[in-house]
Design a protein around this ligand. Structure first.
Ligand SMILES: Cc1cc2nc3c(=O)[nH]c(=O)nc-3n(C[C@H](O)[C@H](O)[C@H](O)COP(=O)(O)OP(=O)(O)OC[C@H]3O[C@@H](n4cnc5c(N)ncnc54)[C@H](O)[C@@H]3O)c2cc1C
Length: 306
């Protein structure tokens, strides 16, 4: 196998990719585009960094894919590791198409078996885990955030300037407006309180927040609560389309427990559900469940904990 190349415009994820690349037993080359600080951190982690500078925007994924394609050819790499965040996933498809490479995204674990890279991904909406590998020589693999730890400073890396051939973008980026982000990450919560549609009314949210505060927990939600009801930002979604959480304890309030949600909390050490329907699927995976109306329970729980 030829070498491995890594790229993410997000430095934390780029450092995670270095750790993943280390599993492959090949020379690792890290590409960095217009990000001096990132190039330095990757170098400090021991990588051979190829730094590209010019009028390129990370938001122009077609242009970035073109740069990566050129770099892969020039540096003689067949395997390209990208981050499976929103931008990384778009980049993966574009790059794979340009390279005529096989492509896997949302990779949750990697095992290198000789020359074969076996990748674990959720299948059937998260009800099963599939182990998949790409048969073509050229491979684009996008790894989910936090699957690997960030590479630690190790020294001995290098920074090389890499000049790409002139590339013409099909789009022009007029302005980049930073997304307003939550200051908390529910994936890091030790105690997670999940709000589902069974919470029914926003008037119940202050009680939920008070309970979360008493428990030192963070509040997440099922997908429709964020996308349809807009009670929380999409960063609070638990599950397949959101965050995979492994808290010590999860208190699940009025969530039915469809597989796309369940995949996000099945790593919880203790799972407690409150639901008015005894047969809600979430109850079958809960360590403890209470069959009750949240309109009655939430005020009482809040008072008991304050
Ligand atoms: C491709 C795909 C990806 C998806 N990804 C995700 C994802 O990442 N995360 C996610 O959450 N969903 C996801 N979904 C949607 C998922 O399938 C469910 O539709 C969603 O999880 C349902 O949310 P819910 O349980 O809050 O609502 P509902 O299904 O409406 O369930 C509400 C629950 O509350 C209970 N309830 C009602 N009233 C009360 C009350 N007064 N007191 C107590 N309990 C009450 C009900 O018994 C029920 O169990 C995805 C779907 C698809 C197709």
């Amino acid at each position: 196998m030829a070498g491995v190349m890594t790229y993410s415009n997000n430095t934390a994820l780029a450092l995670e990719l270095l750790t993943a690349a280390g599993l492959m037993g090949q020379e690792v080359k890290a590409l960095s585009i217009n990000n001096e600080q990132q190039a330095q951190e990757l170098k400090d982690a021991g990588a051979s960094v190829y730094e590209v500078t010019g009028e390129y925007s990370a938001a122009d994924t077609n242009m970035v894919a073109e740069i990566l394609k050129q770099a892969a050819a020039a540096l003689g790499v067949d395997i390209i590791l990208l981050s499976s965040d929103r931008r990384g996933k778009e980049l993966s498809g574009r790059l794979a198409q340009k390279l005529n490479a096989g492509c896997l995204t949302d990779i949750k674990a990697i095992q290198v078996n000789g020359t074969e890279i076996e990748c674990e991904r959720n299948a059937l909406g998260g009800a099963a885990i599939a182990v998949q590998s790409i048969k073509s020589t050229k491979q684009v693999l996008a790894i989910s955030p936090k699957v690997f730890k960030q590479a630690e400073p190790a020294g001995d890396g290098s920074i090389n300037n890499y000049a790409v051939e002139e590339t013409i973008s099909a789009v022009s980026v007029k302005e980049i407006i930073p997304k307003s982000t939550d200051s908390v990450d529910i994936a890091d919560a030790d105690v997670l309180i999940a709000v589902g549609c069974g919470v029914q009314t926003k008037y119940n949210l202050p009680a939920v927040e008070a309970i979360a505060q008493s428990l030192g927990g963070l509040v997440g939600c099922s997908k429709p609560v964020a996308t349809d009801w807009k009670w929380f930002s999409e960063e609070r979604i638990i599950g397949l389309s959101g965050k995979i959480c492994s808290p010590d304890a999860a208190l699940i309030l009025g969530v039915s427990g469809q597989v796309q949600f369940a995949v996000g909390v099945r790593g919880a050490r203790v799972l407690i559900s409150i639901n008015s329907d005894e047969n809600a699927p979430i109850n079958s995976m809960a360590d403890y469940y209470m069959v009750a109306d949240l309109n009655d329970v939430l005020p009482q729980l809040k008072d008991a904990m304050s």
